[in-house]
Write a protein that binds this ligand. Sequence first.
Ligand code: UDP
Length: 330
Amino acid sequence: MKPTILVTGGAGYIGSHAVMALCDAGYRVVVLDNLTTGFAWAVDKRATLVEGAVDNVALVRRICAEYDVIGVMHFAGSIIVPESVENPLKYYANNTAASRALIAAVVACGVQHFIFSSTAATYGIPEEVPVKETTPLAPINPYGRSKLMTEWMLADVAAAHKFNYCALRYFNVAGADPHGRSGQSTAGATHLIKIAVEVATGKRNHVSIFGTDYATPDGTGVRDYIHVSDLATAHLRALEALFADPTRSHTLNCGYGKGYSVLEVLDAVRRVTNLEIKAEMAPRRAGDPDCLISDNREILARFPWVPEYDDLDMIVSHALAWERKLAARP
Ligand code: UDP
């Protein structure tokens, strides 16, 4: 058995996929999740679930000691951009302050490796596309700032302590486990592919296309959609890199390096489902950039990360399979 990794937010969408990847690779996994947006059933049965808060320092210290934790993957946090504008202090509490408490607790226990869920929102409306890691960081909402502040804390902690980290800046995460073990399950989805497959299963009537006058080839927003299972694997490669060279930390974009417009995504959903997915033009959503595509050369150069699901139709078909599974539940 490999050593133990503590996964915060392991009952959530991305976290539950990372837990499966860790378990599949033979790691012992302890999940810490308060189950406000995650689900106990989403946690791989091979992992141990502890229900609690990541800023409960005594609890984190107890877990680290009891399970001999050697690394952390920190997914827990709040992720809804408009909510972060309305309630910024929730984001600075759940993302920034909670991360500070977690980092302090694990450093005190001698844990030396930390992987952090960061976001392309740290770039705001980027100055250049594809977006490089060196593109200026200019988040335009509290969500992006709450995550960037955590990146800064990690950099400072790595400089001061025997500790290295990898912050992965996610682009648009979508899809579901190809084996149907997990997927995006939280109610009130705001993400395009999730919404489109909800239309396919009849949960919603139509997709609203938020803006058709963007500076993109067809006028709709362009994004770099990455399959959640490839993202989970990137975390595994990151962990191995942190073990291999404890003197080095990483901050890396995580995307496929190519973009699809809203109309292209809807076409993919129509192709995959063979259904007429009703779509209606709607005004722009505040703060949406025209185009967000990662430059992913750095992660490809540093880690032996080989994406397996870099295919929009496959992402959609896995998201659809999961949505059908959810819809069939009592
Ligand atoms: N979008 C849309 N209708 C929706 C949800 C999203 O047209 O119901 C667009 C959105 O404006 C953006 C893209 O789809 O151009 C991806 O949005 P999403 O919310 O999935 O992710 P974001 O890029 O905002 O993190």
